[in-house]
Structures are given as C-alpha cells and as structure tokens.
Ligand binder design. Structure first.
Ligand SMILES: NC(=O)C1=CN([C@@H]2O[C@H](COP(=O)(O)OP(=O)(O)OC[C@H]3O[C@@H](n4cnc5c(N)ncnc54)[C@H](OP(=O)(O)O)[C@@H]3O)[C@@H](O)[C@H]2O)C=CC1
Ligand SMILES: O=C(CO)COP(=O)(O)O
Length: 323
C-alpha cells in the first residue's frame, strides 16, 4: 500500500478514539445537526450563535476543527471575526454553507481560503436535509479538500453508521454541486406546484444538471464530481423533498404567492434566491447559456409568472441533447 494511503486508512480506523475539539459557528438547523453528529462520535463540541455575542479567544484557541454552518449572508462577518482570534497551528476549517458571495461570486470555501491561505479548508456538502438527519435517518455526504489528510480528519469527525462521509479532492465541484442545485430546487418546486407530472420533473432535473455542469466546468470544477453525492445526490434530494426550503419557495410561487410573502414565513434560509442572482450575473459575464436559471431568475424578479416560465423553456429553439 502507498504510505499516504496507509496513513489515511489508519486515520479512518481510529476516528472516534481520537476525540477532537470542534467549534460549530451557526446555531441554525444545519449547525446544530452537525454539532450533534460530532458530539455523538465523542468529540468535544461547542456551538456558537451570533446571539451569544463575540466569540471568545479561549473558545477558538483550542479548536482542532472550526465548522462554519452560517448562511451565506453571515460568512464574511464570521471570517472577519475568526481572523482576529488565536488558532492552533493545525486547526482545520470546515465550510457547510451553500451559497455564493453576491459581489465577488466567490464560494464560501474560497472566502475562507483567501482569509487563511496557509490552512486547510474542507467543504462538507451532500444530500443532507437536516430534519431527516435529526431523526436519525441514514444519509451520506462528501468532505472535499485539496488536502487529503484534512478531508480524512473531517470524515472521521462526522462519520457514523447513520452518516457516511466520503472524501473528494475536488472541493470546488463539491461546493458548487451543493450550491447550484438550490436554483434547480426552486424550479422543481414550481414544477410540482403546477402539477406538471413526473416526466416534466425528470426533464427539469436532468437538464438542470447539464446546466450546473456547464457553468461548473467553466469555474474549474470536475464533471465527475457533479455526478456524485454533492451534485446529483443533493439535486435529487432537494428537488424531491418538501423539506427543502428552496423547493418550498418554488412550490409557493407556483401557487401565486409573492416572493416576499413566502420568505417572510419560511422556516430558515433559502440560499437559492440569492444564488440565482449571482449565477445569472456570472453566466452573463461569461456568456454561458443557462436557460433554466434564467427563467428562475425572471420568476424571482416577478417579471414572469410560473406558467410563462414553463412556456419559455418549452418553446426555445430545438437542439441536440449533447450540445
Ligand atoms: N438545513 C439544511 O438541511 C442544510 C443547510 N445547509 C446550508 O447551511 C447553511 C445554514 O443553513 P441552516 O442552518 O439550515 O439555516 P438557518 O436559517 O436555520 O440558520 C442560519 C444560520 O446562519 C447564521 N447567520 C445568518 N446571518 C448571519 C450573520 N449575518 N452573521 C452570523 N451568522 C449569521 C444564523 O446564526 P444564528 O445561529 O446566530 O442565528 C444561523 O446559524 C446554508 O447555507 C444552507 O444552505 C447545508 C446542508 C443542509
Ligand atoms: O441543502 C440542503 C439539503 O442538502 C437543504 O436544502 P434547503 O436549503 O433547500 O432546505
């Protein structure tokens, strides 16, 4: 066995015999769920909500792993705060946020890495509806990093018989899969809200994946990653579950509600609303054809109705599937 593979394998075996100090930033649905998974594996876990006030140096200076599970709008604030605090030399950052920066279009991992260029950043993304995991239902996810050892360490922190964590060396692909599917989840909610049937939904999800791969490749992510858990896997989960907040947004738009009314009553964050805007901005800048995203964008801007969005998609120029 290659020496590196040997050390990775032994890390995997000794996961729960090596308790780590884990700080989770963000006490929302996902932060509290990740905290429970790590605590159930015997790790020392602290969850930090912004309502607790500033993070104290003593909390963070012993952390082996810092998990950021805040929504996109909180990422820059949290990064700035952590930058002022002392850290262990080997502290690993894990980012679980599925969003894009509205100004720079950077992903959360890119923001963390730019702020901490010498540290390992691991993306944690997959088909992980928090409510199902809280009920103890089985799920799988991906720890993506260019640092294999960091990915394996994070795999060990969260893996359990109920939660299977894979590693992947294409963190950008892992992160973009989890982020861009939120746009398609809004579209899938519209599809179900209009009762368009199973054929229509299958077409939407399949062509949605094509769109995600097209822009994901231009970003530098690998095609095969999008066929994995954080891409196709998360796309299937959120496009088919009423538990997904993004799906709920689409479903309610199809029922004629306004976006502001939907968001006012939504339990938690629907990152796809912001992601659609950022994605359109990037697609226009780079001249990338994103027809489903464009219709979701126009729908969220209240420029068209759900029915008009459907007609626009169906009446486009006919073309080859593989173009
Ligand atoms: N719920 C899920 O099933 C999953 C969610 N995700 C992703 O995880 C992220 C969080 O989701 P979720 O927990 O569900 O969302 P929630 O809406 O439940 O919680 C949002 C979290 O973001 C924090 N936050 C928001 N704004 C700020 C800010 N300005 N400064 C600091 N913190 C802020 C909140 O802090 P506070 O705790 O202080 O209120 C809270 O912890 C999202 O990007 C989501 O896409 C990923 C996988 C699964
Ligand atoms: O990303 C998620 C599951 O993997 C959660 O989806 P929503 O943010 O749409 O609820």
């Amino acid at each position: 066995m290659h020496p590196k593979s040997q050390s990775l394998a032994s890390d995997r075996q000794h996961s729960t015999q090596n308790p780590k100090s884990v700080v989770v930033l963000g006490a929302g649905a996902w932060g509290t769920t990740l905290a429970s998974l790590a605590a159930a594996n015997g790790h020392r876990v602290q969850v930090r909500s912004r309502r607790d006030g500033a993070i104290s140096p003593s909390e963070i200076e012993r952390a082996d792993v810092v998990v950021s599970a805040v929504s996109m709008q909180g990422v820059a604030t949290v990064v700035r705060e952590i930058q002022t605090l002392p850290l262990l030399p080997a502290t690993i950052f894990v980012t679980a946020t599925k969003g894009l920066d509205p100004v720079t279009t950077l992903t959360p991992a890119q923001i963390w890495q730019a702020a901490f260029p010498d540290r390992s950043v691991v993306v944690l993304c997959g088909p992980n509806l928090a409510k199902e995991i809280q009920q103890g239902l089985p799920a799988a996810t991906v720890a993506g990093s260019t640092d294999d050892n960091a990915a394996v360490a994070v795999q060990a922190v969260f893996s359990s018989p109920q939660f299977r964590v894979y590693t992947n060396s294409d963190p950008l692909g892992v992160e973009l899969g989890g982020t861009l599917k939120n746009v398609m989840a809004i579209a899938a909610g519209v599809c179900d809200g209009l009762h368009l049937g199973t054929n229509a939904k299958a077409a939407l999800v399949t062509r949605g994946l094509t769109e995600i791969i097209r822009i994901g490749n231009s970003w530098g992510a690998k095609t095969e990653t999008f066929y994995g858990l954080s891409g196709l896997g998360d796309l299937l989960a959120t496009c088919n579950s009423p538990l997904s907040r993004n799906y709920q947004v689409g479903y309610q738009l199809a029922q004629g509600k306004t976006l502001s009314a939907i968001l006012a009553h939504l339990e938690g964050t629907a990152e796809g609303v912001n992601t659609t805007q950022v994605l359109m901005q990037r697609a226009r800048q780079q001249d990338i054809y994103m027809p489903i995203t464009a219709e979701v964008y126009r729908l969220l801007q209240a420029e068209i109705t759900p029915k008009q969005a459907l007609e626009a998609l169906m009446l486009r120029d006919l073309k080859s599937e593989l173009l």
